[in-house]
Design a binder for this molecule. Structure first.
Ligand code: NAD
Ligand code: UGA
Length: 407
């Protein structure tokens, strides 16, 4: 199937893209590498897919781009692009939430309503519920799709508005929309504003963990592969018009999750308790009855397993960030560099660009080869990645002048 994935360079989007390609689908990914967090993390997310013959990246802004090209022949739209983050959605930044969550979703629905899609999947959020699960005595209930929703953050308001838009287009235009409400997703590649990413980062940098509130807030942490499994199943399952919770199935308090992370990392962490953040809900526990009924799905990855995988990924990620910082700082000239090898890499690069250009011009006469169209569409990312790999290899292979003179 030909599938459009918006937000393909993001945390969930990149895992999903990898999975769809593995399943043999053709994927058009749209992402504008929004500045909410580093472009470099998103490039790393996408790098393994960039040269895949069935993947095409369109770097563009969904708020302004023309959709004709990406919607042509598309059978399924999976709309993950958006402005995430609960706590940052107050104040002036609300504009970003308005544009990237509401307006972009409306545009995409409007533009694709005539396309006879097989499915339009929208990434909704547990944030639409707010604190509706908290009973009078403070007891927490599971959150079910039938409950009245009452977002507690501007972010949640925008996610709910976009959900409503999807349902409107389902009713009025018979678009086969489904809204999946994800619950605090985690795993390798997690966004840097999210709790586990920040906690792992603090441990690795030997800093105290910042805990908002008393740490007793409950989250139904959901491993990213489980989320991807559900999205994948939603392409073909009979779920048009539905709203479905996607929760991890083993909710716990934030402090319980921290204890688990301490065990995994073999560290006892210092903790700084800060004020509760506006917009943060007390508890999210997903009722997954509907998820199980519609998809026959139960989450597979336990918090211990998922957190271990994120920890392992974070160790490498932090190391690569440090390497990049060192390269950018360019403190000392590097000696012992194999200039011949670099010249060869550059020559190869030039040659491959030439081949891509030639293939592109041939494409006017016949169907372009997937490799050629990839190379012409994504030369910058590929070249930049290769150059950075080369630079990193050089840096670790060659001692700098200062190291030598100090040693
Ligand atoms: P992410 O920020 O990593 O990914 C979103 C991607 O969308 C980014 O790569 C960004 O560059 C892109 N994007 C944003 N605005 C765009 C625009 N106007 N045009 C093109 N691209 C744009 O976030 P994520 O954690 O992967 O979340 C993906 C989706 O799932 C979001 O819609 C989020 O609200 C929703 N969600 C996430 C979670 C979670 O725990 N991560 C939970 C519930 C819902
Ligand atoms: C997450 C995502 O960030 C949202 O995009 C998503 O929509 C939402 O899940 C959802 O489930 O709908 P959140 O639950 O706040 O939001 O996830 P985290 O950012 O991982 O935070 C979890 C808890 O840890 C929150 O209570 C937060 O206040 C706390 N936290 C976070 C800290 O105590 N310290 C930190 O440094 C970061």
């Amino acid at each position: 199937m030909k599938i459009l994935v918006t937000g393909c360079a993001g945390f969930i989007g990149s895992h999903l893209t990898a999975r769809l390609l593995k399943e043999g689908h053709e994927v058009i990914g749209v992402d504008n590498f929004d500045i909410y967090y580093s472009r470099s993390q998103k490039e790393k997310n996408l790098m393994p897919m960039l040269l895949h013959p069935k993947f095409k990246l369109e770097e563009d802004n969904l708020a302004t781009m023309a959709f004709v090209k990406v919607l042509k022949g598309t059978e399924v739209v999976i709309h993950l692009a958006g402005q995430p983050g609960v706590r940052g959605s107050w104040g002036a930044s609300f504009n970003r939430y308005l544009t990237n969550n509401i307006q972009v979703t409306q545009r995409l629905l409007e533009e694709s309503k005539g396309n006879k899609l097989k499915r339009f999947i929208y990434a909704s959020s547990s944030s639409v519920y707010g604190d509706v699960g908290i009973a009078e005595g403070g007891e927490t209930q599971v959150l079910s799709e039938e409950m009245k929703v009452q977002p507690k953050s501007p972010y949640g308001v925008t996610k709910l508005a976009a959900e409503h838009l999807c349902q409107l287009y389902n009713v009025e235009y018979k678009m086969p929309t489904v809204c999946l409400r994800f619950f605090s997703v985690y795993g390798p590649g997690q966004r840097p504003d999210m709790a586990f990413h920040r906690f792992c980062q603090s441990i690795l940098r030997e800093a105290a963990l910042s805990i908002y509130g008393d740490g007793k807030q409950v989250r139904d942490f959901t491993y990213v592969d489980d989320v991807v499994d559900v999205i994948h199943a939603a392409i073909t399952a009979d779920v048009a018009g539905q709203v479905v919770n996607v929760g991890g199935g083993s909710p716990c308090t934030l402090l319980e999750a921290v204890t688990l992370l301490e065990e995994i990392s073999g560290t006892t962490c210092a903790k700084t308790f800060l004020d509760r953040q506006k917009g943060d809900v007390i508890s999210t526990r997903a009722d997954t009855t509907k998820l199980e009924k519609l998809f026959g799905f139960k989450p597979k990855v336990s918090l211990r397993e998922g957190l271990s995988r994120e920890w392992e990924w974070m160790k490498k990620f932090v190391q690569s960030e440090d390497d990049e910082t060192a390269i950018k700082a360019n403190v000392q000239p590097i000696i012992g560099v194999d200039h011949e090898a670099i010249a060869q890499v550059k020559a190869d690069e030039k040659e491959s660009k030439k081949v891509a250009k030639k293939a592109k011009s041939q494409a006017a006469k016949k169907e372009p080869s997937a490799d050629a169209s990839m190379a012409s569409a994504q030369p910058n990312l590929v070249a930049r990645h290769e150059a950075s790999q080369q630079a990193q290899a050089e840096l670790s292979a060659a001692p700098s002048e200062s190291t030598e003179s100090n040693g």
